[in-house]
Design a protein around this ligand. Structure first.
Ligand code: XMP
Length: 518
């Protein structure tokens, strides 16, 4: 299915490997214009078929004169489509159109100020002097290509922005997509609305409407299954499909016994009782516990849980007649990871439980969120009436609590971890901190330490509290929670959870640590 052709007005972002490319896409989407990221060497026929209203050339770590420097097909400059080059994208534009690029005497990295000489459409409604921008470049444009004029300069970059008003080509040396360029949103919107004449039609409401139509057409009278975990992505997929095809959707929720307090019940209440979906609930807690008996290695735990999940899911699905499709909550960042110039990033821990299912079961995939960022998926969920506690839910690993108790899984340890975890979540929510952080959870450490309770000596287990801030889980930092909150969580865990006499706070960042302990 070609989802991309559903949206009339599209911006094409060619990726030259900048760490900010996704950010450009998010900014464009936030301005309600649909865009896609493709590799810098996208074939010109494909670009033509994509029919972009405008093209953005991203930044990137290379220099245009390097051997094997990433360069786009120069025919993009003959498409009669507006182009905005950002940082390396600006240099590409200058280089390919006959200007000169040179190594700057010194790298310019961080905040800078520019002065605008010719605002044109790009800098409309932006102050002209001492404009704060974020620079991050080594090379710079030395001479302009024919028909270009300088739009802005800075002390270190005489050509901080250039433009050819006739052909609607623009380039900026700084990064408008980062928050450290306060006028960046304005600049990008000027490009989208004034230069490319896009209208702001990309909204989650329109996304829902179009998706429902497309899903209906594609599925026809067939049946679809969906592995529901209660997490944001699978919940949004289920709600969207339910809206589109109602009873033809069958959700399967497998309780692997590694869930948190009340999770299995709440998924059933929301999806079966409230949304009236076909929900198959399978409690396989005992079976998972049996298979995990004595297993300590985290990757082994993941494998066992993943495989058993597939086995059970397949069996349940096999009982349903005429199933042709499997719906999955793949998001845009997963898709870009696989097409990006940088190539897929290394997997440190194996994730995703449903991998391998579609081929094995000969099912076709339906991935209606493939083009959405996480925050857009959340908006879709809200649009579809999912409760806030699902929409704003922190990520929770598929193998669940099994990878948060750092030894073999027993029901006793699971119980301890569950109780501690509930306290963490309750207090995070009560203090308003839950929505400010990426994840907050308890980890049960495989050590005992001495304590004293009343007059008695105790020799009990330790809970590590892990609370992190992050934007994409690729990097993370520990949250600076108020001492009072830490104190409350610690006191409650030690007083209320039998078998725990000590709580420690994890103050490691990722990298070099990871978010989960296993
Ligand atoms: P790490 O620990 O690698 O985690 O920093 C990054 C993000 O991924 C989640 N995570 C998992 N999710 N299955 C999942 O579905 C897994 O096996 C798994 N391991 C880690 C983690 O919670 C964090 O959000």
């Amino acid at each position: 299915m070609k989802w991309d052709h559903l949206h009339e007005e599209r911006i094409l972002i060619l990726d030259f490997g900048s760490q900010y490319t996704q950010l450009i896409a998010r900014r464009v989407r936030e301005s309600h214009v649909y865009c896609e990221i493709h590799p810098f060497n996208m074939a010109i026929q494909e670009i033509r078929a994509f029919q972009p209203k405008g093209i953005i050339l991203s930044g990137g770590p290379a220099g245009v004169y390097q051997k094997e420097a990433p360069l786009p097909d120069p025919l993009i400059f003959s498409l009669q489509v507006p182009i905005l080059g950002i940082c390396y994208g600006l240099q590409v534009m200058a280089h390919q159109l006959g200007g000169q690029v040179e190594k700057a005497a010194r790298r310019e990295y961080g905040p800078a100020t520019i002065d605008i000489i010719h605002p044109g459409d790009l800098f409309k409604n932006i102050e002209c002097t001492d404009v704060r921008v974020w620079m991050s470049h080594g090379d710079r444009v030395l001479t302009l290509p024919a028909d270009f004029i300088i739009l802005a300069n800075s002390d270190n970059s005489p050509i901080a922005a250039m433009g050819d008003f006739g052909r609607h080509f623009y380039g900026v040396q700084f990064h408008p997509e980062v928050v450290h360029t306060p006028c960046g949103k304005n600049l990008l919107e000027n490009f989208l609305y004034r230069v490319c004449h896009c209208r702001s039609t990309w909204t989650m409401k329109s996304f829902v409407e179009t998706s429902i139509q497309v899903i209906r057409e594609r599925v026809g009278a067939d049946q679809v299954i969906c592995a529901l975990s209660g997490g944001v992505d699978s919940s949004v997929v289920a709600a969207l499909l339910h809206n589109a095809i109602g009873p033809q959707l069958h959700c399967i929720f497998v309780n692997n016994g590694m869930l948190r307090t009340g999770e299995a019940e709440s998924v059933q209440t929301i999806f079966r009782d409230h949304f009236e979906m076909n929900l198959i609930y399978l409690d396989a807690s005992e079976l998972f516990l049996q298979r995990l008996k004595g297993v300590i290695d985290p990757e082994q735990k993941r494998k066992i849980i993943g495989n058993l999940f597939i086995e059970l899911f397949e069996k349940e699905a096999g009982k349903l007649p005429n199933v042709r499709y499997l719906a999955q909550g793949t998001l845009y960042p997963d898709v870009i990871e696989s097409v990006s110039f940088k190539g897929p990033s290394a997997t440190i821990k194996t994730h995703h439980n449903v991998g391998g299912l579609p081929e094995k079961m000969q099912l076709q995939l339906i991935e209606p969120l493939r083009e959405l960022f996480k925050d857009e998926a959340r908006l879709v969920g809200r649009e579809l009436g999912l409760p806030e506690r699902i929409i704003m839910r922190h990520p929770f690993p598929g193998p669940g609590l099994a990878i948060r108790l750092l030894r073999d899984v027993t029901s006793e340890d699971l119980q301890i971890l569950r109780e501690a975890d509930s306290i963490v979540l309750e207090e995070m929510q009560a203090s308003g901190w839950y929505d400010k952080v990426w994840q907050a959870f308890a980890v049960l450490l495989p050590v005992r330490s001495v304590g004293v309770m009343g007059d008695e000596r105790t020799y009990d287990q330790v809970i590590a509290l892990r609370v992190v801030e992050s934007v994409d889980a690729m990097t993370a930092d520990w949250a600076r929670l108020p001492y009072e909150l830490l104190q409350k969580i610690s006191n409650r865990i030690i007083n209320e959870v039998n078998g725990v006499n000590r709580v420690v706070y994890d103050i490691s960042s990722k990298p070099p640590s990871t978010i989960e302990w296993e």
